[in-house]
Design a protein around this ligand. Structure first.
Ligand SMILES: *Cc1c(COP(=O)(O)O)cnc(C)c1O
Length: 459
Protein backbone atom coordinates (compact mmCIF):
# COMPACT_ATOMS: atom_id res chain seq x y z
CA UNK A 1 0.00 0.00 0.00
CA UNK A 2 1.45 3.40 -0.99
CA UNK A 3 1.82 6.15 1.57
CA UNK A 4 -1.14 8.06 0.11
CA UNK A 5 -3.48 5.17 0.90
CA UNK A 6 -2.53 4.86 4.57
CA UNK A 7 -5.56 6.07 6.48
CA UNK A 8 -4.95 8.96 8.83
CA UNK A 9 -5.05 7.82 12.46
CA UNK A 10 -8.16 9.76 13.41
CA UNK A 11 -10.08 9.46 10.18
CA UNK A 12 -13.73 8.63 10.78
CA UNK A 13 -13.92 6.79 7.48
CA UNK A 14 -13.41 3.23 6.42
CA UNK A 15 -11.19 1.27 6.62
CA UNK A 16 -9.97 2.78 9.86
CA UNK A 17 -13.27 2.97 11.69
CA UNK A 18 -14.14 -0.60 10.65
CA UNK A 19 -10.79 -1.85 11.94
CA UNK A 20 -11.29 -0.02 15.23
CA UNK A 21 -14.76 -1.52 15.50
CA UNK A 22 -13.49 -5.06 14.90
CA UNK A 23 -10.89 -4.53 17.58
CA UNK A 24 -13.44 -3.14 20.03
CA UNK A 25 -15.86 -6.05 19.44
CA UNK A 26 -13.10 -8.55 20.11
CA UNK A 27 -12.02 -6.74 23.26
CA UNK A 28 -15.62 -6.33 24.48
CA UNK A 29 -16.06 -10.10 24.28
CA UNK A 30 -12.68 -10.81 25.86
CA UNK A 31 -13.24 -8.33 28.68
CA UNK A 32 -16.77 -9.59 29.38
CA UNK A 33 -18.67 -6.41 28.48
CA UNK A 34 -20.90 -8.82 26.57
CA UNK A 35 -21.31 -12.52 27.19
CA UNK A 36 -23.84 -15.13 28.21
CA UNK A 37 -25.00 -13.16 31.26
CA UNK A 38 -24.86 -9.74 29.60
CA UNK A 39 -25.99 -10.39 26.06
CA UNK A 40 -26.26 -6.81 24.73
CA UNK A 41 -24.08 -3.69 24.84
CA UNK A 42 -23.67 -0.41 23.01
CA UNK A 43 -20.17 0.66 21.91
CA UNK A 44 -19.10 4.20 21.00
CA UNK A 45 -15.97 5.02 18.99
CA UNK A 46 -14.39 8.02 20.72
CA UNK A 47 -11.92 8.71 17.89
CA UNK A 48 -14.74 8.64 15.35
CA UNK A 49 -16.80 11.15 17.33
CA UNK A 50 -13.79 13.47 17.62
CA UNK A 51 -13.12 13.13 13.90
CA UNK A 52 -16.70 14.06 13.02
CA UNK A 53 -16.56 17.12 15.28
CA UNK A 54 -13.28 18.16 13.64
CA UNK A 55 -14.77 17.63 10.16
CA UNK A 56 -17.75 19.83 11.09
CA UNK A 57 -15.48 22.67 12.28
CA UNK A 58 -13.26 22.38 9.22
CA UNK A 59 -16.18 22.41 6.78
CA UNK A 60 -17.62 25.66 8.12
CA UNK A 61 -14.22 27.27 8.71
CA UNK A 62 -13.61 26.77 5.00
CA UNK A 63 -16.71 28.67 3.87
CA UNK A 64 -17.13 31.41 6.49
CA UNK A 65 -15.38 34.77 6.43
CA UNK A 66 -12.58 35.16 8.99
CA UNK A 67 -13.85 36.07 12.41
CA UNK A 68 -17.44 34.92 11.81
CA UNK A 69 -18.88 33.62 15.09
CA UNK A 70 -19.99 30.02 14.51
CA UNK A 71 -21.59 27.86 17.19
CA UNK A 72 -22.01 24.18 16.40
CA UNK A 73 -24.61 22.89 18.87
CA UNK A 74 -25.10 19.11 19.00
CA UNK A 75 -28.79 18.11 18.99
CA UNK A 76 -28.84 16.35 22.37
CA UNK A 77 -31.81 14.19 21.43
CA UNK A 78 -29.57 12.20 19.06
CA UNK A 79 -27.41 10.88 21.95
CA UNK A 80 -28.62 12.05 25.36
CA UNK A 81 -25.56 10.90 27.31
CA UNK A 82 -23.59 13.25 29.56
CA UNK A 83 -20.09 11.88 28.74
CA UNK A 84 -20.86 12.20 25.03
CA UNK A 85 -21.92 15.83 25.50
CA UNK A 86 -18.73 16.38 27.50
CA UNK A 87 -16.57 14.80 24.78
CA UNK A 88 -18.24 16.99 22.17
CA UNK A 89 -17.79 20.01 24.44
CA UNK A 90 -14.04 19.33 24.56
CA UNK A 91 -14.16 19.16 20.77
CA UNK A 92 -15.70 22.65 20.66
CA UNK A 93 -19.32 21.59 20.12
CA UNK A 94 -22.18 23.01 22.23
CA UNK A 95 -25.69 21.67 22.81
CA UNK A 96 -29.12 22.13 21.24
CA UNK A 97 -31.72 21.10 23.82
CA UNK A 98 -35.46 20.61 23.54
CA UNK A 99 -36.73 19.65 26.99
CA UNK A 100 -35.96 20.22 30.67
CA UNK A 101 -34.24 16.82 30.71
CA UNK A 102 -31.98 17.66 27.77
CA UNK A 103 -31.10 21.03 29.29
CA UNK A 104 -30.21 19.29 32.55
CA UNK A 105 -27.98 16.83 30.65
CA UNK A 106 -26.18 19.69 28.89
CA UNK A 107 -25.66 21.46 32.19
CA UNK A 108 -24.43 18.25 33.84
CA UNK A 109 -21.89 17.98 31.01
CA UNK A 110 -20.69 21.49 31.80
CA UNK A 111 -21.94 23.02 28.55
CA UNK A 112 -21.87 26.80 29.14
CA UNK A 113 -25.15 28.71 28.61
CA UNK A 114 -23.45 30.69 25.85
CA UNK A 115 -23.03 27.43 23.91
CA UNK A 116 -26.56 26.13 24.54
CA UNK A 117 -29.66 26.65 22.38
CA UNK A 118 -33.24 25.82 23.46
CA UNK A 119 -35.64 24.89 20.65
CA UNK A 120 -38.55 22.73 21.74
CA UNK A 121 -42.01 23.30 20.22
CA UNK A 122 -43.85 23.24 23.59
CA UNK A 123 -41.83 25.11 26.21
CA UNK A 124 -43.58 25.73 29.51
CA UNK A 125 -43.38 29.14 31.25
CA UNK A 126 -40.99 27.64 33.80
CA UNK A 127 -38.68 26.35 31.06
CA UNK A 128 -38.64 29.71 29.32
CA UNK A 129 -37.94 31.55 32.59
CA UNK A 130 -35.07 29.21 33.41
CA UNK A 131 -33.52 29.60 29.95
CA UNK A 132 -33.80 33.41 30.04
CA UNK A 133 -32.35 33.51 33.56
CA UNK A 134 -29.39 31.39 32.44
CA UNK A 135 -28.83 33.42 29.26
CA UNK A 136 -29.40 30.45 26.95
CA UNK A 137 -30.39 31.18 23.34
CA UNK A 138 -34.10 30.55 22.77
CA UNK A 139 -35.95 30.15 19.50
CA UNK A 140 -39.69 30.80 19.82
CA UNK A 141 -41.82 28.31 17.95
CA UNK A 142 -44.97 30.36 17.45
CA UNK A 143 -46.86 33.58 18.17
CA UNK A 144 -48.21 32.43 21.53
CA UNK A 145 -44.72 31.56 22.71
CA UNK A 146 -43.47 34.95 21.54
CA UNK A 147 -46.22 36.56 23.69
CA UNK A 148 -44.89 34.73 26.73
CA UNK A 149 -41.32 35.75 26.00
CA UNK A 150 -42.52 39.36 25.49
CA UNK A 151 -43.91 39.45 29.01
CA UNK A 152 -40.76 37.89 30.48
CA UNK A 153 -38.40 40.24 28.65
CA UNK A 154 -40.44 43.19 29.94
CA UNK A 155 -40.30 42.02 33.54
CA UNK A 156 -36.62 40.99 33.71
CA UNK A 157 -33.70 41.78 31.41
CA UNK A 158 -31.98 38.78 29.84
CA UNK A 159 -28.70 38.03 28.07
CA UNK A 160 -30.38 35.30 26.02
CA UNK A 161 -30.11 35.73 22.27
CA UNK A 162 -33.70 35.38 21.05
CA UNK A 163 -35.14 34.34 17.72
CA UNK A 164 -38.12 32.77 16.00
CA UNK A 165 -38.17 29.42 14.25
CA UNK A 166 -39.61 29.51 10.76
CA UNK A 167 -40.81 26.65 8.64
CA UNK A 168 -39.75 27.54 5.09
CA UNK A 169 -42.33 25.03 3.75
CA UNK A 170 -39.97 23.88 1.02
CA UNK A 171 -41.33 20.33 1.07
CA UNK A 172 -40.59 16.96 2.64
CA UNK A 173 -38.12 14.17 2.09
CA UNK A 174 -38.41 10.42 1.76
CA UNK A 175 -39.55 9.84 5.37
CA UNK A 176 -42.82 11.63 6.16
CA UNK A 177 -42.48 11.41 9.97
CA UNK A 178 -39.08 13.11 9.82
CA UNK A 179 -39.85 15.86 7.33
CA UNK A 180 -39.85 19.17 9.19
CA UNK A 181 -40.43 21.60 6.33
CA UNK A 182 -43.66 20.38 4.77
CA UNK A 183 -46.57 22.79 4.31
CA UNK A 184 -48.30 21.45 7.41
CA UNK A 185 -45.31 20.64 9.66
CA UNK A 186 -45.91 21.29 13.34
CA UNK A 187 -42.64 23.23 13.71
CA UNK A 188 -42.14 26.99 13.63
CA UNK A 189 -43.99 29.81 11.91
CA UNK A 190 -45.11 28.66 8.45
CA UNK A 191 -43.39 31.20 6.22
CA UNK A 192 -45.56 30.78 3.14
CA UNK A 193 -48.94 30.84 4.89
CA UNK A 194 -51.03 33.88 4.12
CA UNK A 195 -49.95 36.90 6.15
CA UNK A 196 -47.14 35.03 7.92
CA UNK A 197 -44.25 36.82 6.28
CA UNK A 198 -45.61 40.26 7.08
CA UNK A 199 -46.39 39.16 10.64
CA UNK A 200 -42.80 37.97 11.05
CA UNK A 201 -41.26 41.16 9.71
CA UNK A 202 -43.44 43.26 12.05
CA UNK A 203 -42.70 40.97 14.98
CA UNK A 204 -38.98 41.70 14.52
CA UNK A 205 -39.26 45.41 13.78
CA UNK A 206 -41.41 45.83 16.91
CA UNK A 207 -38.95 43.88 19.08
CA UNK A 208 -35.36 45.09 18.74
CA UNK A 209 -34.26 42.23 21.00
CA UNK A 210 -35.16 39.60 18.39
CA UNK A 211 -31.75 39.09 16.78
CA UNK A 212 -31.82 35.54 15.50
CA UNK A 213 -33.75 33.55 12.95
CA UNK A 214 -33.95 29.77 13.11
CA UNK A 215 -34.85 26.98 10.72
CA UNK A 216 -34.28 23.25 10.79
CA UNK A 217 -35.39 21.87 7.47
CA UNK A 218 -33.28 18.74 6.99
CA UNK A 219 -33.38 15.20 8.28
CA UNK A 220 -32.72 11.64 7.19
CA UNK A 221 -34.25 11.26 3.73
CA UNK A 222 -34.06 14.98 2.86
CA UNK A 223 -31.79 15.84 -0.11
CA UNK A 224 -29.09 18.48 0.52
CA UNK A 225 -30.54 20.76 -2.16
CA UNK A 226 -33.87 20.86 -0.32
CA UNK A 227 -32.11 21.62 2.97
CA UNK A 228 -30.18 24.43 1.31
CA UNK A 229 -33.36 25.89 -0.17
CA UNK A 230 -34.85 26.06 3.34
CA UNK A 231 -31.76 27.94 4.54
CA UNK A 232 -31.95 30.24 1.50
CA UNK A 233 -35.59 31.12 2.26
CA UNK A 234 -34.67 31.89 5.87
CA UNK A 235 -31.73 34.04 4.80
CA UNK A 236 -33.99 35.98 2.41
CA UNK A 237 -36.37 36.69 5.29
CA UNK A 238 -33.48 37.91 7.48
CA UNK A 239 -32.43 40.28 4.69
CA UNK A 240 -35.98 41.59 4.39
CA UNK A 241 -36.28 42.13 8.15
CA UNK A 242 -32.96 43.97 8.24
CA UNK A 243 -33.91 46.14 5.28
CA UNK A 244 -37.21 47.07 6.94
CA UNK A 245 -35.49 47.67 10.29
CA UNK A 246 -32.87 49.80 8.56
CA UNK A 247 -30.07 48.01 10.41
CA UNK A 248 -28.51 44.56 10.92
CA UNK A 249 -31.09 43.55 13.52
CA UNK A 250 -30.95 39.84 12.71
CA UNK A 251 -27.28 39.16 13.32
CA UNK A 252 -27.26 35.34 13.55
CA UNK A 253 -28.90 32.60 11.51
CA UNK A 254 -29.45 29.22 13.11
CA UNK A 255 -29.60 26.79 10.19
CA UNK A 256 -30.48 23.66 12.20
CA UNK A 257 -29.08 20.20 11.54
CA UNK A 258 -30.42 17.33 9.51
CA UNK A 259 -27.46 16.13 7.46
CA UNK A 260 -28.50 12.61 6.40
CA UNK A 261 -26.37 9.60 7.31
CA UNK A 262 -25.15 6.91 4.95
CA UNK A 263 -26.48 3.67 6.47
CA UNK A 264 -25.21 1.46 3.64
CA UNK A 265 -21.40 1.49 4.05
CA UNK A 266 -18.62 2.78 6.30
CA UNK A 267 -18.19 5.80 4.06
CA UNK A 268 -19.22 9.19 5.47
CA UNK A 269 -21.40 10.68 2.78
CA UNK A 270 -22.65 13.32 2.28
CA UNK A 271 -19.92 15.14 4.20
CA UNK A 272 -20.16 18.38 6.15
CA UNK A 273 -17.85 19.86 3.53
CA UNK A 274 -20.31 18.87 0.76
CA UNK A 275 -23.13 20.64 2.59
CA UNK A 276 -21.13 23.73 3.57
CA UNK A 277 -19.92 24.20 -0.01
CA UNK A 278 -23.42 23.77 -1.38
CA UNK A 279 -24.70 26.35 1.10
CA UNK A 280 -22.01 28.83 0.14
CA UNK A 281 -22.92 28.34 -3.51
CA UNK A 282 -26.68 28.68 -2.94
CA UNK A 283 -26.66 31.35 -0.20
CA UNK A 284 -23.36 33.26 -0.58
CA UNK A 285 -24.59 36.24 1.50
CA UNK A 286 -24.83 34.01 4.54
CA UNK A 287 -21.05 33.67 4.56
CA UNK A 288 -19.82 37.19 3.84
CA UNK A 289 -19.31 38.02 7.50
CA UNK A 290 -22.55 39.91 8.22
CA UNK A 291 -24.15 36.97 9.99
CA UNK A 292 -23.05 34.72 12.80
CA UNK A 293 -24.03 31.07 12.40
CA UNK A 294 -25.47 28.35 14.58
CA UNK A 295 -25.77 24.73 13.43
CA UNK A 296 -27.59 21.88 15.19
CA UNK A 297 -26.39 18.56 13.78
CA UNK A 298 -27.29 15.36 15.59
CA UNK A 299 -27.39 12.11 13.61
CA UNK A 300 -24.43 13.00 11.38
CA UNK A 301 -22.13 13.64 14.38
CA UNK A 302 -22.82 10.39 16.24
CA UNK A 303 -24.58 7.91 13.98
CA UNK A 304 -21.60 6.17 12.41
CA UNK A 305 -19.73 5.87 15.70
CA UNK A 306 -22.10 3.56 17.56
CA UNK A 307 -22.28 -0.24 17.37
CA UNK A 308 -24.81 -2.41 19.10
CA UNK A 309 -23.33 -5.77 19.99
CA UNK A 310 -25.72 -8.65 20.70
CA UNK A 311 -25.23 -12.31 21.43
CA UNK A 312 -26.94 -14.92 19.28
CA UNK A 313 -28.89 -16.95 21.84
CA UNK A 314 -30.34 -19.56 19.47
CA UNK A 315 -30.63 -20.34 15.79
CA UNK A 316 -33.54 -22.21 14.21
CA UNK A 317 -35.39 -22.60 10.95
CA UNK A 318 -39.05 -21.96 10.18
CA UNK A 319 -40.66 -22.61 6.81
CA UNK A 320 -37.20 -23.16 5.39
CA UNK A 321 -35.89 -19.75 6.58
CA UNK A 322 -32.98 -19.57 8.99
CA UNK A 323 -33.59 -17.33 12.02
CA UNK A 324 -31.01 -16.09 14.51
CA UNK A 325 -32.60 -15.14 17.82
CA UNK A 326 -30.48 -12.33 19.25
CA UNK A 327 -30.79 -9.83 22.10
CA UNK A 328 -31.00 -6.73 19.89
CA UNK A 329 -34.50 -5.86 18.80
CA UNK A 330 -37.23 -3.31 19.20
CA UNK A 331 -35.97 -2.11 22.60
CA UNK A 332 -32.82 -0.65 21.03
CA UNK A 333 -33.63 -0.34 17.32
CA UNK A 334 -37.23 0.82 17.55
CA UNK A 335 -37.35 2.72 14.28
CA UNK A 336 -35.87 -0.12 12.26
CA UNK A 337 -38.22 -2.71 13.70
CA UNK A 338 -41.37 -0.64 13.16
CA UNK A 339 -40.32 0.95 9.82
CA UNK A 340 -37.87 -1.51 8.25
CA UNK A 341 -38.09 -0.01 4.75
CA UNK A 342 -37.15 3.49 5.95
CA UNK A 343 -34.47 2.47 8.43
CA UNK A 344 -32.49 -0.58 7.20
CA UNK A 345 -29.36 -1.24 9.28
CA UNK A 346 -26.17 -3.06 8.36
CA UNK A 347 -25.34 -6.12 10.41
CA UNK A 348 -21.89 -7.69 10.81
CA UNK A 349 -21.32 -11.23 12.08
CA UNK A 350 -18.71 -12.17 14.70
CA UNK A 351 -17.94 -15.55 16.22
CA UNK A 352 -18.14 -16.49 19.89
CA UNK A 353 -14.65 -15.03 20.45
CA UNK A 354 -15.55 -11.74 18.79
CA UNK A 355 -13.67 -12.42 15.55
CA UNK A 356 -15.25 -11.31 12.26
CA UNK A 357 -17.00 -14.20 10.49
CA UNK A 358 -16.41 -14.55 6.81
CA UNK A 359 -17.21 -17.10 4.18
CA UNK A 360 -20.17 -17.58 1.89
CA UNK A 361 -23.36 -15.98 3.11
CA UNK A 362 -26.77 -17.53 3.49
CA UNK A 363 -30.09 -15.75 3.74
CA UNK A 364 -31.43 -15.53 7.28
CA UNK A 365 -33.56 -13.40 9.55
CA UNK A 366 -31.94 -11.59 12.45
CA UNK A 367 -34.55 -11.41 15.19
CA UNK A 368 -34.74 -9.55 18.49
CA UNK A 369 -35.83 -10.90 21.87
CA UNK A 370 -39.24 -9.21 22.15
CA UNK A 371 -42.54 -11.08 22.11
CA UNK A 372 -44.08 -9.88 18.90
CA UNK A 373 -43.63 -11.34 15.47
CA UNK A 374 -42.32 -8.17 13.85
CA UNK A 375 -39.31 -7.89 16.17
CA UNK A 376 -36.77 -8.41 13.38
CA UNK A 377 -33.66 -6.35 12.72
CA UNK A 378 -33.23 -7.82 9.27
CA UNK A 379 -35.26 -10.11 7.06
CA UNK A 380 -33.79 -12.52 4.58
CA UNK A 381 -30.36 -10.93 4.97
CA UNK A 382 -27.29 -12.54 3.44
CA UNK A 383 -24.76 -13.13 6.23
CA UNK A 384 -22.23 -15.83 7.12
CA UNK A 385 -24.29 -18.59 8.76
CA UNK A 386 -24.90 -17.52 12.36
CA UNK A 387 -24.49 -20.04 15.16
CA UNK A 388 -25.43 -20.18 18.78
CA UNK A 389 -23.00 -18.10 20.85
CA UNK A 390 -21.96 -15.84 17.95
CA UNK A 391 -22.41 -12.07 18.06
CA UNK A 392 -24.11 -9.71 15.69
CA UNK A 393 -23.01 -6.09 15.46
CA UNK A 394 -25.70 -3.67 14.39
CA UNK A 395 -23.82 -0.81 12.73
CA UNK A 396 -24.37 2.95 12.54
CA UNK A 397 -26.49 2.96 15.70
CA UNK A 398 -24.75 5.80 17.55
CA UNK A 399 -27.61 8.27 17.11
CA UNK A 400 -31.29 7.67 17.92
CA UNK A 401 -30.77 3.94 18.56
CA UNK A 402 -29.30 2.30 21.66
CA UNK A 403 -29.31 5.44 23.74
CA UNK A 404 -33.10 5.65 23.20
CA UNK A 405 -34.33 2.66 25.10
CA UNK A 406 -37.91 1.48 24.62
CA UNK A 407 -38.80 -0.73 27.56
CA UNK A 408 -40.97 -3.26 25.72
CA UNK A 409 -41.15 -6.60 27.59
CA UNK A 410 -39.32 -4.92 30.51
CA UNK A 411 -36.06 -5.59 28.68
CA UNK A 412 -33.17 -3.92 30.51
CA UNK A 413 -31.32 -0.93 29.09
CA UNK A 414 -27.94 -2.15 27.82
CA UNK A 415 -24.69 -0.72 29.10
CA UNK A 416 -22.91 1.76 26.85
CA UNK A 417 -19.12 1.76 26.60
CA UNK A 418 -16.88 4.27 24.85
CA UNK A 419 -13.72 2.84 23.30
CA UNK A 420 -10.36 3.96 22.10
CA UNK A 421 -8.64 1.45 19.84
CA UNK A 422 -5.52 1.64 17.78
CA UNK A 423 -5.77 -0.74 14.83
CA UNK A 424 -2.11 -0.25 13.93
CA UNK A 425 -1.05 -1.80 17.19
CA UNK A 426 -0.63 -5.58 16.87
CA UNK A 427 -2.83 -7.44 19.31
CA UNK A 428 -4.55 -4.11 19.77
CA UNK A 429 -4.92 -2.47 23.12
CA UNK A 430 -8.50 -1.26 23.54
CA UNK A 431 -9.52 0.95 26.44
CA UNK A 432 -13.16 1.18 27.48
CA UNK A 433 -15.00 3.73 29.62
CA UNK A 434 -18.50 3.12 30.97
CA UNK A 435 -20.85 5.79 29.60
CA UNK A 436 -23.96 4.19 31.05
CA UNK A 437 -24.11 1.15 33.34
CA UNK A 438 -26.34 -1.73 32.21
CA UNK A 439 -29.70 -1.48 33.93
CA UNK A 440 -30.37 -4.21 36.51
CA UNK A 441 -33.57 -6.21 36.79
CA UNK A 442 -33.96 -4.77 40.31
CA UNK A 443 -34.02 -1.28 38.77
CA UNK A 444 -36.68 -2.40 36.31
CA UNK A 445 -38.82 -3.58 39.22
CA UNK A 446 -38.28 -0.36 41.16
CA UNK A 447 -39.21 1.79 38.14
CA UNK A 448 -42.31 -0.33 37.66
CA UNK A 449 -43.69 0.52 41.10
CA UNK A 450 -41.95 -2.24 43.02
CA UNK A 451 -41.79 0.02 46.05
CA UNK A 452 -45.53 0.75 46.12
CA UNK A 453 -46.79 -2.76 45.59
CA UNK A 454 -50.04 -2.39 47.51
CA UNK A 455 -51.05 1.11 46.44
CA UNK A 456 -53.93 0.02 44.18
CA UNK A 457 -55.15 -2.76 46.40
CA UNK A 458 -55.51 -0.33 49.27
CA UNK A 459 -57.37 2.45 47.45
C1 LIG B 1 -33.70 16.88 15.78
C2 LIG B 1 -33.26 18.27 15.59
C3 LIG B 1 -31.98 18.56 15.15
C4 LIG B 1 -30.99 17.47 14.74
O1 LIG B 1 -31.41 16.75 13.63
P1 LIG B 1 -30.45 15.63 12.98
O2 LIG B 1 -31.25 15.09 11.86
O3 LIG B 1 -30.21 14.61 14.05
O4 LIG B 1 -29.20 16.31 12.56
C5 LIG B 1 -31.59 19.87 15.06
N1 LIG B 1 -32.45 20.89 15.37
C6 LIG B 1 -33.70 20.65 15.79
C7 LIG B 1 -34.57 21.80 16.12
C8 LIG B 1 -34.15 19.35 15.92
O5 LIG B 1 -35.40 19.12 16.31
Amino acid sequence: MGPETIPSPDSADSPDSAARRDQAVRAAVEQGLVGPGLPLAGLLDVAGIRASAAALHAAFDEVTADGTPVLHAFAVKAAPLVPVLRLLGSAGVGAEVASPGELALARAAGTPPSRTVLDSPAKTPAELREALALGIAVNADNAQELDRIDAMVRSAPTRSPLGIRVNPQVGGGAIEALSTATATSKFGVPLRDEGAREWLVRAYVDRPWLTRLHTHSGSQGVPLELMASGVAATYALAEEINARAGRQQVDTLDIGGGLPLNFSSDEQTPTYADYARLLRHEVPGLFDGRYGLVTEFGRSLLGKHGTLLARVEYVKTAGGRGIALTHAGVQVATRTVYMPESWPLRIAAYDAKGRPKSGPGTRQDVAGPACFAGDLLARDRELPPLEQGDYVAVLDTGAYYFAHHYSYNSLVRPGIHGYVADPREAGGAVRFGVVREPQSVAEVVAEAGGGVRDVLDEL
